[in-house]
Design a protein around this ligand. Structure first.
Ligand code: SF4
Length: 189
């Protein structure tokens, strides 16, 4: 089986925050002092906690938090897939679309409905649709889990996944090995 990285090399590790609440990244930070261990074996090349704006090329492993809910998410997930060897769907929003997908149940025109509710009906100071000002990306009509858009190599469910579960998933990768998850704790395809 192909190794993610050679033994002598550091893994290029990325984490990405799409349509999620950032709770999965908070759980990642719950790794606490083990993060010092992590950076011995991995360079964090992109992450909201590292504030690196552009997604780089030749990433070994990427943890993707959140669903695909807007045009920006859609464009970025295709770029991530193209530039990443091993893509992990990280947390229930990425795995099932979870909370962000609740608006799917409102049927057609749901994007317009939630925008109007949030920015016009509840906008008590200067009500205006963000589309008109160009501040936020356009919402998709259907919120999707990551695997509906691109191929996913591994799933880490949980809302959020515990730090122990994240650690168990990442540890084999740091040794240049593919993850070997047993039981129902993690799902690897
Ligand atoms: Fe937040 Fe849960 Fe979604 Fe993670 S899976 S981004 S904790 S709502």
């Amino acid at each position: 089986m192909e190794k993610v990285a050679q033994n002598s090399e550091k893994i290029k590790l990325a984490t990405v925050w799409l349509a999620g609440c950032s709770g999965c990244h908070m759980s990642f930070l719950d790794l606490d002092e083990w993060l010092f261990e992590l950076v011995k074996y991995a360079d964090i090349v992109h992450s909201p906690i590292a504030d690196i704006k552009e997604y780089p090329e030749n990433v070994d492993v990427c943890l993707v938090e959140g669903a695909i809910a807007n045009e920006e998410n859609l464009e970025l997930i295709h770029k991530i897939r193209k530039q990443t060897k091993f893509l992990i769907s990280f947390g229930d929003c990425a795995v099932t679309a979870n909370v962000p997908a609740m608006r799917n149940m409102m049927g057609s025109n749901n994007a317009d409905t939630v925008l109007r509710r949030s920015y016009l009906e509840l906008g008590d100071i200067t009500p205006q649709l963000p589309k008109a000002s160009g501040i936020v990306p356009e919402l998709l009509e259907k919120v999707m889990p990551v695997h509906e858009v691109v191929k996913v190599d591994m799933y880490i469910p949980g809302c959020p996944p515990s730090a122990d579960r994240i650690k168990a998933a990442i540890t084999p990768l740091l040794e240049g090995k593919m993850p070997l998850m047993e039981g129902r704790e993690m799902i690897k395809f």
